[in-house]
Design a protein. Structure first.
Length: 427
């Protein structure tokens, strides 16, 4: 590979790490476990129709050497305010969902059961996850994040593909004769469908992170990549995350669909279930590999999500209020505290009221986060499409086929957002 391509490589891997967390490990596995291969078409369409709007984040950054959030300001102050409101409406739920899953996998890997500050073991683990993630970002900034994610990505890819090929090569579990397939077209199950698409491969509003990380990579290396080099980096990450989504849904379908195995509702139990399902299929020797890979996926996602939201809201507040450069640290702190607060409410407070609500709280938290992301997707998609017109990026406009796919993507996102609201009344 040309050395210049390596200089540009980084933001795409960060994107893949962000995408592979909850949407793949949790939602894709749930899709396979509950519906077999019936939702593969959803995963393919979501990845296809969202592709242009993520690509435009990287394209805009390369063309203008500024983030697409700066582009929102060029469209008008109203668009920047709209982006800020949309981001604030989802960021705490997303951070909480990612943090709770990460804590579950950390508990599973190390068997953490101690109480911190009087809190139960799970919430204590959550505090550790957010504290360590925050310190890594404060002390190491983008350079450490970029280097760490590349190592995590390599571990993830190797372990996941090993699990996949060994699983599909073994004799598959028999379907329970009493098994009754779920009916997708009910109001409750359609909400899961929307949630699955909401973060497949991830939320469209996170496309701004691509541009922020692309700019940061340029600052780190001192190299200004060509558009081809920037898009190579993005496409590498995007295609990898799309293929891994199909891997996870396949593993869920093979190991769980039609069996007595039922997806656990709590994050810690779900983490333990996923790791043990894989190791039972592959062999006990693989436990540490699978557990490490699963935690690495989520830990990398947690750090990337905290960094992405902090950068995005930091830049937004700088443009809106001409605030100082400390806005990143302020938003990092606020994001972590907001995520911890939601986790406490859904997974600790609700449990104190009724122990049966703890698992439901985890599922509800993930579904709320993913659903919000999908509902707001058309707004961001339209803005991103407008910002790659000749007026904004000059001769670096997208090719005709990508423009055509953009129109189809906007119709797809708008159609399912409308369907989300009318589904309870028509199903």
């Amino acid at each position: 590979m040309n050395r210049n391509y390596l200089k540009a490589l980084g933001p795409g891997i960060l994107f893949a790490s962000t995408a592979i967390g909850v949407s793949h490990l949790v939602q894709s596995t749930r899709a396979g476990a509950d519906y077999g291969f019936d939702l593969v078409w959803v995963i393919i369409l979501a990845n296809l129709f969202k592709y242009p709007f993520f690509e435009y984040g990287s394209r805009y950054a390369n063309a203008t050497k500024t983030s697409i959030i700066d582009g929102y300001k060029k469209m008008g102050q109203w668009m920047l305010w709209l982006y800020a409101i949309v981001t604030l409406g989802s960021m705490f739920f997303v951070i909480a969902a990612v943090g709770s899953v990460t804590a579950g996998f950390l508990q599973n890997l190390f068997g953490i059961q101690f109480s911190l500050l009087g809190f139960d073991p799970f919430f204590s683990t959550t505090l550790i996850v957010f504290t360590v993630s925050g310190l890594i970002l404060i002390l190491g900034k983008y350079k450490v994040l970029d280097s760490m994610i590349k190592v995590i990505g390599a571990v993830l890819l190797l372990a996941t593909l090993t699990a996949f090929f060994l699983t599909v090569s073994k004799e598959q579990p028999e379907v329970d004769p009493a098994f009754i397939p779920k009916n997708l077209w009910t109001s409750e199950n359609v909400l899961f469908l929307i949630a699955l698409m909401g973060w497949m491969p991830t939320a469209v509003d996170l496309s701004s992170w691509n541009s922020l990380w692309t700019i940061e990579r340029m600052k780190q290396t001192g190299y200004q990549p060509t558009l081809k080099e920037t898009l190579f980096d993005f496409n590498f990450g995007y295609i990898t995350s799309a293929l891994l989504a199909l891997v996870f849904v396949t593993l869920g379908a093979i190991l769980m669909y039609g069996t007595e195995n039922v997806i656990e509702q709590s994050s810690a139990k779900f983490a333990n279930q996923v790791v043990h399902l894989y190791t039972e299929a592959i062999g006990g020797w693989s436990y540490f590999i699978i557990a490490t890979a699963a935690f690495a996926i989520m830990f990398g996602t947690c750090i990337a999500v905290l960094d992405g939201y902090s950068r995005a809201m930091g830049r937004t507040s700088e443009l809106l209020f001409k605030s100082n450069k400390q806005s990143y640290l302020s938003w990092l702190t606020l994001g972590a505290l907001g995520g911890i607060g939601l986790i406490y409410y859904y997974l600790v407070y609700l449990k104190s009221i009724d122990s049966g609500l703890a698992g439901v709280g985890f599922k509800r938290l993930v579904d709320i986060a993913t659903s919000i992301s999908f509902i707001i997707a058309p707004i961001i998609a339209i803005a991103n499409f407008k910002l790659v017109s000749k007026k904004y990026v000059g001769d670096k406009t997208p090719p005709i086929w990508l423009k055509a796919l953009s129109y189809l993507g906007i119709l797809f996102l708008m159609g399912f957002s409308i369907f989300y609201f009318i589904a309870p009344y028509v199903l």
